[in-house]
Design a protein around this ligand. Structure first.
Ligand SMILES: *Cc1c(COP(=O)(O)O)cnc(C)c1O
Length: 357
């Protein structure tokens, strides 16, 4: 057998980790059903593969944003119930996919659909404002659509104890009562990952879990979640440089002593943010080593000192952290963003995605 070619830019997704996380979340959901949120191509992990793993591990619903995302799940032969929550007017959502409705205008033109009425309880994003809610409920009850659920989304569930969570829960209860008074008997769903873990009282009939299913913890507390994504490359070239040599565009870093550089053929075109320049490490040969100079479109340079490194050696850019490699959370903290953005940004045609577990 030919030796395996080392990866240039590869995202490995551990479906065993996804199953572990979903099983944990489904257990925490108790009697509530678990919706696996696979929007944005499964937060960059691959929607179809993650959806299948999640359904195996106890999820019973899938959540998508756009019509095309829902259609792709159906085209892959997945027949679990799906809720598609946001697209533009006229977007063609497959008939057997549930729709979110936030306004009377959105309801118009819908016939024979299963719908989830969304109340804006304080996020001020998607959802029906409180004052328009009774009219929306009335119109939905009078239509020939099936009102399957009333739902909403939380603004600050990742900050345990934040007062907005209770006030949103209170408005949610009021909105549900309006639906009951109109003769409807809808189910309810409100919790995202953070609320699923932190607020047992808000699980209702279903929880909608995204980030935690991918093993990233939205809460400051410790949870037994396993990050599913690892980003890897390999050394393409090594070179010895003298003290005083400057590295990469702009020559922003200068060697103080002779050192060995490992050139790794990934850059900002592969999801390594240029803003990480001079501020991050990679794992190379089992050791964390600093990346020097600017991140280029296709290349970064790792400072290996006097250690021996070879072309083809594995380079881990981020992963679960078990071997001491950086994590997506670490990149996010350095950049002043959230790990959601890091992993979701790893959906790129130049990256090879591989599934394990
Ligand atoms: C993305 C999303 C979720 C999942 O949120 P996480 O914080 O990733 O668990 C749940 N509900 C809605 C409406 C969403 O848009």
């Amino acid at each position: 057998m030919a030796a395996q070619t080392p990866p240039r830019a590869e995202v490995t997704v551990d479906l065993g980790a996804v199953r572990h996380n979903v099983a944990l979340l489904a257990a925490r959901a108790g009697d509530a059903e678990t919706m696996a949120v696979v929007k944005a191509d499964g937060y960059g992990h691959g929607a179809v593969e993650v959806a299948r793993a999640a359904l195996e591990a106890g999820a019973t619903w899938l959540g998508s944003c756009s019509a095309a995302e829902a259609a792709a799940l159906r085209a892959a032969g997945i027949d679990a119930p799906i809720l598609a929550w946001l697209d533009v007017p006229g977007a063609e959502v497959p008939p057997d996919v549930d729709l979110a409705v936030s306004s009377v205008e959105q309801l118009r033109g819908l016939s024979g659909r299963r719908i989830h009425l969304k109340i804006d309880t304080g996020l001020c994003r998607n959802g029906c404002p409180h004052e328009l809610w009774p009219d929306l409920v009335k119109a939905a009850a009078a239509s020939d659509n099936e009102v399957y659920a009333v739902w909403s989304h939380l603004a600050c569930a990742d900050e345990p104890g934040h007062p907005s969570v209770d006030s949103q829960a209170k408005r949610f209860a009021d909105a549900y009562q309006v639906a009951l008074d109109a003769g409807l008997t809808p189910k309810r769903h409100l919790a995202n990952s953070a609320a699923t873990l932190d607020r047992p009282d808000l699980r209702f009939d279903m929880v909608r879990v995204g980030i935690a299913m991918y093993g990233l913890n939205p809460l400051p507390t410790k949870e037994d979640l396993r990050p599913a994504m690892t980003f890897r490359s390999s050394v393409a070239l090594t070179k010895r440089i003298d003290a005083g040599k400057s590295v990469s565009y702009g020559q922003s870093w200068t060697a103080e002593r002779p050192t060995t550089l490992a050139l790794v053929p990934v850059g900002y075109a592969d999801g390594v943010p240029r803003l990480l320049s001079g501020r991050f490490d990679v794992l190379l040969g089992g050791i964390r080593r600093p990346v020097r100079g600017r991140v280029c479109m296709d290349q970064i340079l790792v400072d290996c000192g006097d250690d021996e490194v070879r072309v083809g050696d594995e380079v881990v850019l981020f992963g679960p952290g078990d071997r001491g490699e950086p994590t997506a959370r670490e990149w996010a903290d350095t950049l002043g963003t959230i790990d959601y953005e890091i992993v979701t940004g790893m959906y790129r045609p130049r990256l090879v995605r591989r599934y394990v577990g």
